[in-house]
Design a protein around this ligand. Structure first.
Ligand SMILES: Nc1nc2c(ncn2[C@@H]2O[C@H](COP(=O)(O)OP(=O)(O)OP(=O)(O)O)[C@@H](O)[C@H]2O)c(=O)[nH]1
Ligand SMILES: [Mg+2]
Length: 485
């Protein structure tokens, strides 16, 4: 996709495309190699409730005529120029282009169009980078008042690029700088749609609450918003009702402001998630190495989590660590752990049977910690779950952590937890929180399973994306905290 929109001073046009490169090519094709970039930005558009939204890159360019430029970029006399930093950034890009584009006389025999286009793109990229570095050290720009035209076209969540480069003219006189692009779904329309949907959902929930006489009936505004938020995060109705009843009992009606409600709800949510004592600083309770096994369904992140733990024990807590894998079912499973073992510098044993596990434990008896990786098992694979139980029994681990992925549905997670309870898991690791569909489900599961949360993992990077399980952290995630904030 690449399209041009008019509505500017003569010679000034706006191009939209799915990539900035496409927009640049279109601008160059249309306005010629002398095109001067006045503004670039990106914004998200389309989709329903954020699903299938696309990033659109928009570029406003002038044919390079002096008159066009002066009309396009002249602020209204006497009016302070809001968003000055942004304008400066755009000017920087323009200057960069001017710097690399040779004057006409030289251009005759100068670089080809292709070269100039490439330079233009490079100049823009350099200007972006430079501006990004300035933004990192500079205090955040003061809020910008957009005029009606700008507000209509402003992205709901401007990307960093948009924030840095969007021009924010205040007058209707600056026809050239005004972005007169007909946006298919203006943010206001989407906002109205979202408000309508929220109202409908509220009505349905109110009706449900009335019919089951839950505490959703007659909730004051801030509580009802919270009620919707919790239900929206898939926290079970039963838990949500319990929390709401507790909040009503604890917070007097005249102090029901949003922050007070949020704080009380956070406390109650956190109480629902039992957490394990931190594993890492603890030493073995007996003369053996502290022995920890990870078990769980296939592909949930057992081996990756084991590598993160091993690296943490060794590099952050200076413990000697040994690894054992019982996973020889999947081709390359041993290689995966062997690679981690080699990188971190750890001994690795392979143990398929109880006898081999005994021998592995013997060889690693001088380690502070032994971490055991196991093959993934389906919850219906009772024969293999039995085998796993036997091998683990030989290792007699101090801790068995059941690894569950946050990407699974509540029903699946509960079935998995039930199946692995037979093997004897005593703690839960929740992985892939960065891909979780909703965090309320995780609270429901932790409540239902009744085991302690030991760790959460928040991404693929070893060893960084792992944290000790903290109930408050999970509660905050339910209430919309950023995972990597
Ligand atoms: N997004 C995300 N991906 C993760 C996380 N942890 C692990 N993964 C990815 O999940 C995939 C499977 O990870 P493994 O560690 O091999 O999973 P496993 O449970 O050992 O798999 P099996 O041994 O086959 O049962 C890999 O691509 C990992 O990079 C996480 O916290 N977030
Ligand atoms: Mg594995």
């Amino acid at each position: 996709m690449s399209r041009c929109q008019g509505g500017h001073a003569v010679g000034v046009k706006t191009y939209q495309a799915y990539t900035m490169a496409e927009a640049l090519v279109a601008a160059k094709h249309d306005l010629g190699a002398d095109a001067v970039i006045l503004e670039t930005r990106s914004f998200r558009r389309g989709g329903v409730l954020g699903v299938r939204r696309k990033t659109i890159f928009e570029l406003t360019a002038s044919s390079g005529d002096r008159a066009d430029l002066s009309t396009a970029r002249r602020p209204r006399r006497g009016t302070p120029a809001p968003g000055g930093a942004a304008i400066a950034a755009a000017s920087l890009a323009t200057r960069e282009y001017a710097r690399v584009a040779a004057p006409p006389a030289v251009r005759e025999g100068g670089p080809s169009d292709r070269t100039r286009t490439r330079r233009l793109a490079q100049a823009l990229a350099e200007a972006h980078d430079r501006r990004a570095r300035e933004v990192e050290v500079a205090p955040p720009p003061s809020p910008v008042t957009l005029n009606a035209t700008d507000r209509r076209h402003a992205p709901i969540h401007p990307s960093p690029v948009a924030r840095r480069f969007i021009l924010t003219p205040t007058t209707g006189e600056q026809a050239g700088a005004e972005v007169a692009v007909a946006v298919a779904e203006p943010p206001e329309a989407m906002q109205l749609e979202l408000t309508a949907i929220k109202t409908m959902v509220s009505q349905v929930l109110q009706r449900q609450a009335v019919s089951r006489r839950g505490p959703g009936v007659d909730l004051p505004g801030s509580l009802f918003d919270m009620y919707l938020e919790l239900i929206g995060q898939d926290l079970s109705e039963e838990i949500t009702d319990r929390i709401m009843s507790a909040v009503r009992a604890e917070v007097a009606d005249d102090t029901l402001d949003k922050d007070a409600v949020r704080e009380v709800v956070l406390g109650h949510l956190a109480d629902l998630v039992p957490v394990a004592d931190p594993t890492i600083p603890r030493r073995s309770p007996d003369a053996r190495p502290l022995t920890i096994a990870l078990i769980g369904p296939t592909g949930v992140g057992k081996t990756t989590t084991l590598a993160k733990l091993a690296a943490s024990f060794k590099l952050r807590h200076q413990r000697s660590v040994g690894l054992v894998t019982c996973d020889t079912y999947r081709i390359a499973a041993v290689d995966q752990l062997r690679t981690y073992a080699a990188i971190i510098g750890l001994p690795l044993e392979v143990a398929l049977t109880p006898g081999e596990m005994n021998r592995a434990a013997e060889r690693l008896r001088d380690c502070d910690v032994v971490l055991i990786d196991t093959a993934g098992r389906g919850p219906n694979d009772t024969a293999r779950l039995g085998e796993l139980q036997q091998v683990l029994a030989a290792a007699d681990p101090h801790e068995v952590h059941l690894v569950l992925s946050s990407t699974a549905s509540e029903r699946v997670l509960l079935r998995q937890a039930e199946a692995f309870a037979e093997v004897g898991a005593d703690r839960i690791v929740l992985t892939k929180l960065d891909e979780a569909v909703s965090f309320g489900v995780l609270v429901n599961v932790m409540q239902a399973v009744g085991k302690e949360l030991s760790f959460i993992t928040t991404g693929q990077e070893v060893p960084d994306h792992i944290e000790e399980g903290r109930s408050r952290r999970l509660a905050e995630l339910v209430l919309g905290a950023e995972l990597h904030g």
